[in-house]
Design a protein around this ligand. Structure first.
Ligand SMILES: [Zn+2]
Length: 475
């Protein structure tokens, strides 16, 4: 039975199966606009896409993951001008920052990460095809627009009523959209090519319609065509991209290439709220990974908190949720330690595998794995993980099977247990008490060890024993 996932277009759970004869699963994800640090709302989408890719790979599917970089638009051009940098220097800096944050969150790098500027010739070719086929028109100022009424099945993805579809002014999350208010024949039309404006500075490129730059939507159509072909398996993005961005991508791609069924499956993740409120600059809740690190949260705790809700439900991101993530990770690690002890392994031997080895099986973690395969039910899978850890086996052989299964489930979730994270440093007197207790335990003086443990507890510290050492955690 293949992995099942809800598809926005058909509104059904559908199997994820590669359609290419070589068996490679093509996955296109709309990437970041690199004009500042990405915030946790952006990262929730990227973490979910990463987890889906990991689940497919765990299922034995070879994935080709393409995620673009938007390095030219109004925001990047404005940002570069304000920073006094060239557009290329400005966007390179923010792209590198994005990569560092992704690595901290344990996101696998995509196989291809195309940039919009490097694909301007591809975008121009696609616009030429749209003009030639009667799906686009050139306005007086040299801008080119897509003619929405030329595409009879426009709107098939987002299921919006015709009045919403008739304008490009709000997106599917109900937010104002950067509509291109120039010489459109109809409010439903959108820009494919924007003629050069004074505020663009040096950022303009030649085209058959004069100097200018591409509209935003066309970049994903051109880059997916170049790197995955006219049709491919899965397209992903946040729910706010469903309309108009993804709707426009379908229209551009299918009208330019003539191939129907641009993407076979559409994966949209619900939006993120912060402390019950919409994320916005004015509320100051567009938290970045650095903001959360400054408050003492590790990237792995953030990843856990972002994964904690089902992808189809809006997630309310709270500091209480981060606390819960910290406790859950600590509980997971205690469970791992208990399993490792029974299995006769040290933590060093519990290095999560970097590739999935089906021959090792899932042990009692089978139920967790099945949850992941059923519409990417991460909360359900985590529940099954804790259920399995609550009753560790006494038999070392069984424990070894569970260790292998757990390592595979954690690889699919991108969760790394025992990752270093900012933990309060125990004061020297606590450390020395703990070392005395460890020595007492090693020499089997359990009475002394218990007395020292109580003394540590009195100072507000728990000592957690492992086979090969101990940890100190505040109570
Ligand atoms: Zn896109």
């Amino acid at each position: 039975m293949p992995v099942l996932l809800h598809d926005t277009m058909s509104r059904e759970l559908r199997p994820l199966l590669p359609r290419r004869p070589d068996g490679v699963y093509g996955m296109y994800c709309c990437g970041p606009t690199v004009y500042g640090p990405a915030h946790i709302g952006n990262f929730r989408t990227f973490v979910l896409q990463d987890t889906l890719r990991r689940v497919l790979e765990a299922d034995g599917i070879r994935v080709r993951h393409v995620r673009n970089i938007t390095d030219v638009d109004d925001k990047t051009i404005r940002g570069a001008r304000e920073a006094g940098k060239s557009l290329a220097d400005f966007t390179r800096g923010w792209t590198e920052k994005f990569h560092r944050d992704c690595a901290a969150l344990n996101l696998l790098p995509p196989h291809v990460e195309p940039g919009a500027v490097a694909h301007i010739p591809h975008q121009v070719r696609m616009i030429e095809a749209l003009v030639a086929r009667g799906h686009a028109y050139v306005a007086k100022d040299g801008s080119v627009y897509f003619k929405v009424c030329s595409c009879p099945d426009y709107g098939k993805l987002s299921h919006l009523d015709r009045s919403r579809l008739a304008s490009q002014d709000t997106n599917s999350a109900g937010e104002a959209n950067d509509a291109d208010e120039y010489d459109r024949e109809s409010a439903a039309d959108f820009a494919l090519w924007k003629s050069r404006k004074p505020e663009d500075g040096d950022n303009h490129w030649p085209s058959p319609w004069g100097e200018g730059r591409p509209g935003w939507h066309i970049e994903c159509s051109a880059m997916s065509l170049e790197h995955l072909g006219a049709t491919f398996d899965l397209h992903a993005g946040g729910v706010d991209l469903c309309f108009p961005h993804h709707e426009n991508e379908i229209a551009q791609s299918e009208c330019a290439t003539g191939a129907k069924g641009f993407a076979s499956h559409w994966f949209h993740s619900a939006h993120l709220m912060v402390e019950g409120r919409k994320m916005s600059k004015s509320l100051g809740n567009l938290f970045t990974l650095d903001d959360l690190a400054a408050r003492g949260w590790s990237p792995m705790e953030v990843r856990w908190a972002l994964l904690a809700g089902h992808y189809r439900s809006p997630l309310n991101f709270t500091f209480k949720g981060l606390d819960d993530a910290r406790s859950a990770l600590a509980k997971l690690e205690r469970g791992c330690d208990a399993l490792l002890a029974t299995a006769g392994f040290t933590r060093a031997e519990f290095a999560p595998p970097t590739t999935h080895e089906p021959r090792v099986g899932w042990g009692r973690l089978e139920a967790a794995w099945e949850r992941l395969r059923d519409d990417l039910n991460v909360p359900g899978a985590l529940g099954e993980v804790f259920k399995a850890l609550a009753h560790p086996p006494a038999d070392p052989e069984e424990a070894r099977r569970d260790v292998a299964g757990l390592a595979r489930v954690l690889l699919a979730l991108g969760i790394i247990p025992f990752a270093p994270r900012p933990a309060p440093e125990a004061p020297p007197e606590v450390r020395s008490l703990a070392e005395r207790r460890w020595a007492a335990k090693q020499s089997r003086d359990f009475a002394a060890a218990d007395a020292l443990r109580a003394e540590l507890a009195g100072l507000g510290w728990d000592m957690l024993d492992r086979k090969d050492g101990f940890d100190l955690r505040p109570r």
